[in-house]
Write a protein of this length. Structure first.
Lengths: 219, 212
């Protein structure tokens, strides 16, 4: 679980800001307070949706049906491309670390990459972890990425950014509980029972960011 | 448009109060063309009962049929609590134009709690699934990831079988806070946030013109 959530696990996440770079440029993140509001919104929208998909994959739902559900939950093409690129990188690292026929099958079915939360959940399953662990890893990633990026983009005090993450911990617990409960329902009702929380500005800003010719982060 | 039936919904959807349960079901039969609008904005208001109001819309569009679902905005008044769900089932050759606009609070007022879920299936497969949540009880809704201080938010979905993949080949920026994007399938979605209802409608009209 710690290896999976570790930023140094070679899955490529460090090259992405989770929308923070575009939000900094638009003035929507400018200090620790606005970073916290951004991360809180991302956690309860994109983070919840990713945590639900990861928990469902860890619970054993069909990864291809989850990949399709992830597409329907990701209307911005820039974010679909990012999710698949990160999914491919995570897949490579996960197969080397926790060899599993389920990971092999998904890699074969989606050679250009499945959505990252689906791969994350399947990797957790291959590592012998449960749906809550997968949801924690996905939910934490949703806020740790922007917080780390904001330190670099704004020269924010790293201790302030870490304090933001610490204050969000109780809400991460809530998100994981919701995601895990939804994954349990999805075992009977299908992926439609999973959260589909979305954030309009994340979608809009991701497409704007994708048009920049010079940028520090890939997304 | 020739041969298009027009329906305007009046009254019933004008004011969901706390505790109300409203359901609206629309079916466009094979080969028909139907346009549905509303006479005025829908305003979610607080009710005597403490529970939330529920508003459920179900749209079914058969093969060869076209549904244009273009209601006036939904306004979330201070103290209200509305859960809205829209489920759309499209046959493989159905066409759809769907607009949703949410205004968070009347002028100068903070909004109530509003969640809207839009689930669209085409030929039985998921095409779009989105839940939006605003106001008290939706943590982070006003931060830089979700609305960033804007009070009007909306989308325009266009689905049509005549496109191989999507009616727009690549994403298109429409001003500072709106974008038109291809979905995975023969569909395009415009997403916009704006300071007010007028500027929101302008962005969505621009998107509609771009899709053609």
């Amino acid at each position: 679980m710690l290896i999976l959530a570790d930023g140094r696990f070679p899955a490529g996440g460090h090259a992405h800001s989770g929308g923070a770079e575009a939000a900094v440029a638009a003035g929507r993140i400018h200090d620790a307070a606005s970073l916290e509001a951004f991360c809180r919104g991302r956690l309860h929208t994109a983070g919840l949706t990713a945590a639900g998909l990861a928990a469902a994959a860890a619970a054993g739902l069909d990864p291809l049906a989850l990949d399709e559900a992830a597409d329907a939950r990701t209307p911005a093409p820039a974010l679909r491309a990012t999710a698949r690129r990160l999914g491919r990188q995570l897949m490579r690292a996960a197969r080397a670390t926790w060899p599993s026929p389920e990971l092999d099958a998904l890699a074969a079915a989606r050679p250009r990459g499945a959505h990252q939360p689906v791969v994350l959940g399947l990797a957790a399953r291959a590592a012998g972890l449960g749906p809550p662990d997968a949801a924690y890893a996905a939910g934490y990633e949703a806020v740790s990425g922007p917080a780390t990026a904001a330190v670099r983009l704004l020269s924010l005090d790293p201790l302030d950014a870490t304090a933001v993450l610490a204050r969000l911990a109780p809400e991460l617990d809530q998100v994981v509980a919701r995601a895990t409960e939804a994954a349990r329902r999805a075992l009977d009702q299908g992926p439609g029972a999973l959260p589909a929380a979305s954030a309009p500005l994340l979608d809009i800003a991701a497409e704007q960011h994708a048009t920049w010719s010079v940028r520090l982060f890939a997304s | 448009m020739d041969g298009e039936a027009r329906v305007t919904v009046v009254g019933a959807m004008s004011a969901p109060l706390g505790g109300d349960r409203i359901a609206l079901e629309v079916t466009a039969g094979p080969g028909t063309r139907l346009r549905i609008g509303s006479a005025a904005a829908t305003i979610a208001l607080p009710g005597r009962s403490a529970g939330p109001a529920h508003y459920e819309i179900r749209l079914t569009v058969a093969d060869g049929a076209t549904l244009r679902w273009l209601p006036e905005p939904l306004i979330s008044a201070h103290g209200s609590d509305l859960r809205m769900t829209t489920r759309v089932e499209l046959a493989p050759t159905a066409r759809l134009v769907l607009r949703e606009e949410q205004i968070l609070g009347r002028t100068g007022e903070s909004p109530g709690h509003l969640t809207t879920r839009l689930t669209v299936h085409r030929a039985g497969r998921p095409l779009l699934d989105q839940e939006l949540a605003y106001g008290p009880g939706a943590p982070g809704w006003d931060g830089g990831a979700v609305l960033g201080g804007h009070r009007a938010v909306g989308q325009l979905l266009v689905v049509g079988p005549s496109y191989d993949t999507s009616p727009v080949a690549r994403p298109r920026l429409l001003g500072e806070t709106a974008v038109l994007t291809p979905l995975t399938g023969p569909a395009a979605l415009a997403t916009a946030v704006a300071p007010d209802a007028l500027q929101l409608r302008r962005a969505l009209d621009e998107a509609a013109a771009a899709v053609g």
